[in-house]
Design a protein around this ligand. Sequence first.
Ligand SMILES: [Zn+2]
Ligand SMILES: [Zn+2]
Length: 214
Amino acid sequence: MDDDTGDIYLQRIPVGRLTSNCYIFGLKEAGRGLVIDPGGEPAALIEAVRASGLTITDIVLTHGHSDHIAALRDLQEATGGKVSIHAADADFLIGQGPVSSQFGISYRTPDPPDRRLADGDVIGSGGPELTVIHTPGHTPGSICLLAGAIIFTGDTLVRHGIGTTLMPGSSRRQLIESIRSRLLPLPDETLVYPGHGRPTSIGEERRQNRYLKA
Ligand SMILES: [Zn+2]
Ligand SMILES: [Zn+2]
């Protein structure tokens, strides 16, 4: 358990060959929560959801790469959570048949998303609410998800690093501009839960992230 304080339930579960972080984020008293980036190991994630005791209302994708969506179909079926992804990344979910493959990872093709997101949208239904911050660069539809003093950053910002921009559709200039204009204005104490690796904070990245130096 990453955060067992107060009413917040927050669990980080690294999954798959690329150790992508899947998060279960909920409010204990309300008994409702969301899954962010079910990127692999579906049986482990379904068991973690069950152990959380939360009703999952939504499954949110920070972007459409396979290492963040490979267990999506299984979580859709197991939880009934509504799937949200930014409109510009929604095509990543289009199937190639019952099984899809992307960047060397094969996975069950998910159903189409329930919701195509835009900047400023709010996700959540009786549990925590996440505000969508569109941060293109790693992919055109990459988003960060802000909930008070917590932000989930996907592959946009990771601890002391940034997401790769070597993929088709990536732009390093746009990625750094997204971080500078949309994430660095947040308060230093904002906790950052990235798509890979350990959590950090906005203040830590402002001081230590060499990719963000002028
Ligand atoms: Zn990615
Ligand atoms: Zn990733």
